[in-house]
Write a protein that binds this ligand. Structure first.
Ligand SMILES: [Zn+2]
Length: 253
């Protein structure tokens, strides 16, 4: 594969000091990641822009990077402002049922994000379920209603992110049916030019992710490339998850 087509897509949750949330990345670590991203010489993209490449509508002539934030924590706005001040771009996936809750983005903050240059706001369902465990009607409601809520706030909501990275063929089809032009998975892998635009590989950056590891990802190393035999891997993961739920309760992506 042309290494130029490898695209690290970073997934952040909260940018905050927190000893008991292992997905919270401290503001100082985050700042060092942003400097590494600038130093990598990669061109920032929103997920919708990346998806255009993956759908084959444009040639990938540079090395790219995408930065995403899931769930819609209140601290996301400040982090995205810091990032855009440096000329970078971000995609923020908001769990719409949590908008306005304690510690989460308010409707006004979601609107502010959507109005910022280089920022895309996407949907992350209403209630953050494992979509591959729901019936078809429930999946449709989670997918369609989250999009409608964001659109009512003036967001394009062109992209979707699967909570916990969990999806299967019918969930993916429901996302396409709802009108989303792209979707982000998790996979903890590097995306690339032949990745699925409706299941884009991302790498979760958590409290334990070192700057060295982030730098490796920016070099297109340090994680596998997104696989192509999607369904098999997802199914195996789901079985493992059901089996391990009692001991891994509280795990999220
Ligand atoms: Zn999430």
């Amino acid at each position: 594969m042309d290494t130029r087509s490898i695209v690290p897509v970073l997934l952040y949750h909260r940018i905050a000091w927190s000893a008991n949330d292992r997905y919270a990345v401290s503001p100082s670590s985050f700042a060092s990641h942003l400097q590494a991203i600038l130093g990598s010489g990669r061109t920032p993209l929103t997920i919708s822009e990346l998806a255009e490449f993956l759908r084959g509508t444009a040639a990938m002539k540079r090395k790219y990077i995408a930065i995403t934030f899931d769930d819609g924590y209140a601290e996301t706005l400040e982090a995205v402002v810091a990032l855009t001040d440096l000329g970078l771009k971000a995609t923020v996936y908001v769990t719409t049922g949590l908008i306005g809750s304690l510690g989460m983005l308010t409707p006004e903050q979601v609107q502010t994000l959507a109005s910022m240059q280089g920022v895309e706001v996407g949907a992350h369902t209403v209630s953050h379920p494992y979509l591959d465990e729901l019936g078809r009607t429930e999946v449709e409601q989670e997918v369609v209603r989250s999009r409608q809520t964001l659109q009512a706030l003036g967001c394009m909501a062109g992209s979707f992110a699967y909570p916990h990275g969990a999806y299967d063929a019918s969930v993916r089809a429901a996302v396409i049916e709802a009108g989303f032009g792209s979707a982000a998975g998790v996979k903890n892998a590097l995306s690339h030019g032949r990745d699925d635009p409706w299941a884009i590989a991302r790498y979760t950056v958590s409290q334990s992710t070192s700057l060295k590891q982030v730098t490796r990802l920016l070099e297109g190393r340090g994680a596998p490339l997104a696989w192509t035999h999607e369904r098999l891997r997802t199914r195996a993961y789901r079985v493992a998850r059901r089996f391990g739920r009692r001991v891994s309760f509280g795990t999220r992506f």
